[in-house]
Design a protein around this ligand. Structure first.
Ligand SMILES: Nc1ncnc2c1ncn2[C@@H]1O[C@H](COP(=O)(O)OP(=O)(O)OP(=O)(O)O)[C@@H](O)[C@H]1O
Ligand SMILES: [Mg+2]
Length: 301
């Protein structure tokens, strides 16, 4: 049966009615990187799948509204996205979609150049929607945009935990340090933990982590933990081509084993987080208000 476009538009509304808020005390973990292409989406996809398989209702929130592709790695095709929300066409809850992998996805979509281009009203549409989604989710996995844009620092920096991904590439390492520095200067309080992706060996991964974290210790006085590494593995590119998380398409690969181990480590750190500090949407709101330029003093006439 072929659905006409009106009926396709109506489907998300049905899901919205099924998405029962249960006032859960969820946690949010964000995946970030200084340089693009380090493997954030690969890690976010595997992490979300692992959490969902553990019985946690898990939402992947693609915080890249310019060239978001997190939905692809969960086997979803293009459809409604956050870009439609900021265009005022639908609400965020209407964009939430169940994926064949068991997770729910909020696709980022494409065409929104950055947070700076959103009006305060458009930003509120997203934050209000996230507050609603959060009530029904045990875990939100934010697939963050690369770099230190306002958008990355907001949606990543207000999570319960930031997983910063670098590769052994010198430019990725330099950009990872810059990410840590800017997030600290901008007072993003989400604790950071480092993952090294595409390492040729455990020794190489440890050396990369020590370089990045050693500089952060010396120059910023920060003691950031090294969570672990994912080896360079052809199974990763194959899993992307198959539009599935690595542990789904290549469960016996070295990368899958490493990703699942990392997911368990991330989850144990999330469980340690005290949820009394308010939810993700509440912290996002606080960051937005804190970042807003002070209203100019009215000039006397
Ligand atoms: N461990 C790995 N081994 C081999 N190839 C990898 C590995 N991790 C990632 N890749 C390759 O790198 C590509 C980019 O990964 P991914 O899309 O997760 O990066 P990203 O950080 O999300 O990029 P962007 O910044 O554009 O969002 C993958 O499609 C895959 O081909
Ligand atoms: Mg990505």
């Amino acid at each position: 049966m072929k659905l006409d476009s009106d009926r396709i538009e109506a489907l998300p509304g049905l899901l919205r009615r099924l998405w029962k808020p249960v006032q859960r005390l969820g946690r949010t973990v964000a995946v970030a990187s200084g340089k693009g292409g380090t493997g954030k989406s690969v890690l976010a996809a595997a992490l979300a799948h692992r959490l969902s398989r553990a019985g946690l209702r898990t939402v992947v929130f693609d915080a890249d509204f310019g060239v978001g592709n997190a939905h692809i790695l969960q086997g979803l095709s293009a459809g409604l996205s956050v870009a439609h929300v900021v265009a005022g066409r639908v609400e965020l809850e209407d964009v939430l979609r169940p994926a064949p992998t068991g997770v729910f996805v909020i696709p980022g979509g494409s065409g929104v150049p950055g947070l700076g281009t959103l009006s305060p009203f458009q930003l509120q549409l997203v934050l209000r929607g996230l507050a609603g989604v959060e009530k029904g989710a045990d875990r939100i996995v934010v697939d963050g945009p690369a770099g230190v844009s306002d958008q990355a620092l907001l949606f990543v920096g207000c999570s319960d935990l930031t997983v910063l991904v670098t590769t052994p590439d010198i430019t990725a390492m330099t950009d990872a340090y810059s990410w840590i520095k800017v997030a600290t200067v901008r007072r993003r309080e989400s604790p950071i933990a480092l993952v090294v992706n595409r390492a040729r060996s455990e020794a190489q991964a440890s050396a990369v982590a020590e370089k990045v974290l050693g500089v952060a210790r010396r120059f910023l006085g920060l003691d950031i933990p090294f969570l672990g590494f994912v080896p360079e593995d052809p199974a990763v590119a194959e899993s992307v081509a198959r539009r599935r998380p690595v542990p789904v398409s290549h469960p016996d690969s070295p990368a899958a084993a490493a990703l699942e181990k990392l997911a368990d480590e991330i989850e144990s750190r999330l469980e340690e987080r005290d949820p009394s500090g308010g939810g993700y949407a509440q912290r996002l709101q606080a960051c937005v208000e804190r970042d807003a330029p002070a209203p100019r003093e009215r000039e006397s006439v």
